[in-house]
Design a protein around this ligand. Structure first.
Ligand code: NDP
Length: 279
């Protein structure tokens, strides 16, 4: 029996609770989003975040800066938001134009307002096994799914495919902090399938369609697909060959509707957590 992990439904439950909690507050949490330039995909993401914040009763402001803005001007803007007590959470939409160093931008955000959890202080807290102010949105979203479906992590062999700073690396640290035995795989990993076959929990965040095939998965494994890829017909797919792998998995996430909705959900929860921390 395979259980489909329904991220959309889980996210909606969390949104309902969050909206109720916010409705009881006199002062509302507040999120500031900075977008630089006209990248159409970035604009769509920013609008989605703004819309969701509005639905939940979170105050949001979008600061649109011209593509030509200097790094210095952007850092100055972040500083003014850092010093504004009416702003609880700051997000700078990535990617940034080439003349701006994202490291300087991320490090400028006050870790207490770092809603994406990209700042080395917050990431470092997680890497050293301590509690952080917030947790990276996609990894935290995956943890919320595991929690919701009562999937234990302790003592399990978790294999994470992908080592990016926003998904694979922090996710592996968080699994380790929850006492999983963790293996991280990446593009130079040899014998990927030999490793994935030993996973109790297999999480793929590689961005490669059909990377994870049925013969790479252990019977009864929990399979979490972070990948978002576009097929030639325009439809979305994950990294996992869903139709075939689902025959073997005990739990599996679909794409779309699995991990995806949990990322924005974590962003809104992080905004609330930072608001609480500052009040
Ligand atoms: P990156 O491109 O930054 O990282 C991909 C990682 O996968 C790298 O570590 C890379 O290895 C590894 N990798 C690539 N190909 C292979 C392969 N054939 N075998 C093993 N490892 C491989 O991507 P992100 O982490 O930003 O995103 C990963 C995927 O998740 C994308 O599809 C993205 O769209 C999606 N995503 C989904 C989110 C959601 O909300 N559902 C949120 C964020 C991302 P190496 O380091 O050696 O290059």
């Amino acid at each position: 029996m395979t259980t489909l992990i329904e991220g959309k439904t889980v996210a909606q439950k969390i949104f309902d609770n969050l909206a109720h909690e916010i409705s009881l507050l006199e002062k509302k949490p507040s999120l500031a989003v900075i977008i630089v330039g006209d990248d159409p995909a970035s604009k769509i993401y920013v609008n989605l975040k703004k819309k969701k914040a509005h639905e939940l009763g979170i105050t949001s402001q979008v600061i649109e800066l011209d593509e030509s803005v200097s790094e210095q001007e952007l850092l100055k803007k972040i500083d003014s938001l850092n010093n504004d007590p009416a702003v609880n959470a700051i997000l700078v939409q990535m990617p940034l134009p080439e003349h701006i160093n994202p490291v300087n931008v991320i490090e400028k955000i006050n870790p207490l307002k770092d809603v994406d959890c990209f700042h080395p202080y917050n990431i470092g807290r997680i890497a050293t096994g301590n509690k952080s102010y917030v947790y990276p949105c996609t990894p935290k979203g995956i943890f919320r799914l595991l929690d919701f479906y009562n999937i234990p992590v302790e003592g399990k062999h978790a294999v994470v495919v992908g080592r990016s700073n926003i998904v694979g690396r922090p996710l592996a640290q968080m699994l380790l902090n929850e006492n999983a035995t963790v293996t991280i795989c990446h593009s130079r990993t040899k014998n990927l399938s030999e490793i994935t076959k030993t996973a109790d929990i297999l999480i793929s965040a590689a961005g490669c369609p059909a990377l994870i095939k049925k013969d790479m998965v252990k019977d009864g494994a929990v399979v979490i697909d972070v990948g978002i890829n576009r097929k030639s017909d325009g439809k979305l797919c994950g990294d996992v060959d869903f139709e075939n792998v689902k025959e073997k998995a005990s739990f599996i996430t679909p794409v779309p509707g699995g991990v995806g909705p949990m990322t924005i959900c974590s962003l809104m929860c992080n905004t609330m957590d930072l608001f609480k921390l500052q009040n």
